[in-house]
Design a protein around this ligand. Structure first.
Ligand code: 9YT
Length: 131
């Protein structure tokens, strides 16, 4: 069985910080679960365009308020504590954080470790692996 603690991993290579967010990757491909599990903080006032062409992602909001906008259909959804959104169509989207948002994120296939968005908001499928 695997047991991991968020506080321990915040100071490890499993913690990744980008301009608009930080993510602690509790479970990764190397853990062999078939998905990755992250706790992500999205910073207040930031807008992030993302397009997970190689992954499916589900995002469950624990804290904070924001909205997610899907580019293909122009829809906008309010996101707050207790809301989950799932990018079941690899949807290109924009997340706007009105306050700091804390979310649990699940990726399938699992992230490998140090992924950050490229210029199109994509995570590469072959990022550097972290044990
Ligand atoms: C909500 C979202 O996708 N934020 C970007 C970071 C991502 N969740 C990650 O890598 O943990």
């Amino acid at each position: 069985m695997l047991v991991k603690k968020l506080e321990d991993l915040r100071t490890s290579p499993r913690h990744v910080r980008a301009d608009n967010w930080e993510s602690t990757r509790l479970l990764l491909a190397s853990d062999g679960m078939g998905f990755s599990l992250h706790v992500t903080r999205l910073f207040a006032g930031r807008e992030t365009r993302m397009w997970y062409q190689h992954h499916l992602e589900a995002v469950y909001c624990l804290e904070g308020e924001g909205e997610v906008h899907t580019l293909a259909d122009g829809a906008t959804y309010r996101i707050g504590p207790g809301t989950v959104y799932a990018l079941d169509r690899h949807d290109e989207h924009v997340l706007r954080a009105f306050s700091d948002m804390v979310c649990v994120c699940v990726f399938n296939p699992p992230l490998r470790g140090r992924e950050v968005h490229d210029e199109n908001g994509v995570y590469a499928p072959d990022a550097e692996a972290v044990s």
